[in-house]
Design a protein around this ligand. Sequence first.
Ligand SMILES: [Zn+2]
Ligand SMILES: [Zn+2]
Length: 408
Amino acid sequence: MPSSSSSTRFVGAQLRLYPNRWQADYFQRCVDAQRALWNDMLKASRNHQRRTGKYFDRRQLEQFVKAWKAETPGALEMPATALYRVAGDMGQAFSNWKRKRREGHRAGHYPRFRSRYGRQTGIYQLNREIRLQPGRVRMLKVGWMRWRGGDLPVGKVMSGRVWLDAGGRWMLSLVYECAMPRPAPATVPKVGIALGGSALATLHDGAAFATVAAAETSDRTLRRLRRLDRLMGRTETRCGTCGHRMERREWQRLGEQGKRNAPCGHPLPVYVESKRYHRLKERRAILWRKERLRRRDHVHKATTPIVKVAGEIVAGRVAADGRAVADSSGEFLRQLGYKAAWHQRQFVGVTRDEELEAQCAKCGETAENDEESGWRCRQCGHTAATSENLAVNLYHYEGEGADATGMD
Ligand SMILES: [Zn+2]
Ligand SMILES: [Zn+2]
């Protein structure tokens, strides 16, 4: 999400809000109004399509909001930006939906508020409507309320978005405009970084190696995830036609076996999951989100010091790494890329390069990767970890890089 122009950069921050009863009710009414608006607008747009062959365009969506606001009780007390945002979101949702259909995907039903957009949208507030102080924030129409959530960036608040997370907590996402950090002189001229292999990252500065370990998921979290999976498997699914019930895992197993029909004779897709299943799924999503944030934080703590000391950074991923790309190496590269720009460091991202990886860091010959665990040169007998060998090669790499965001 961070982007930058030459003198400033945009930084996101997220806080948890503690609204009082009235404020929480107000937020809830705003979200309800957005949902009602979404549904009304969708209906109107479809009617329009039946008559004219075309859905509402952006201008018509905005006109609809204006008229809706005037005739809907209570709509006027909602922040106008929050309502107009729904028009913008629907315009976006429709163009995505139409593009998918053009590309021949099964686009399914019309964009529904509940599905995705309800989560992404929120009550938008402009910078002049937000006053932020340590521990409390004032917003349009709701006044002051408490917040918690770590250190905030130093800069100017550009906009804020109040939204309800999957666990029923009110959150405030802020976008800050911040000054570029004053670049400190680099203390290490160049660093080669290999991502993946035995560690999350292996660094070489021409003399020594350093590694960044991957953020391990705690046993406790793994246990909780497994438990939720188990519980979800045991919830009941119900046939939408005849009401026949079976455990979700049984239903899933039939699907995996390629069966088309359930024992009751009706097709498997008509089965519906229980409320309990959806509750458990939300709990799982919350747990995963925390875990993702924790991993991202781990990567932040590793990338910032590198960018602060290194004048030039050359990074690439271990190609022979057979693991699924569930690690944080993509995030690591992304952060290195934009932080390097902030700190005015030279950054070269090297796309997965088998040749570079196969080259012996000692004698320069091309050698095969002999062992599972490491790297061995057939020419000179040099052995190293695959990631260490690559880190040295990256350190000496002189070519052009790929765009860090386009790398896989
Ligand atoms: Zn049935
Ligand atoms: Zn060699």
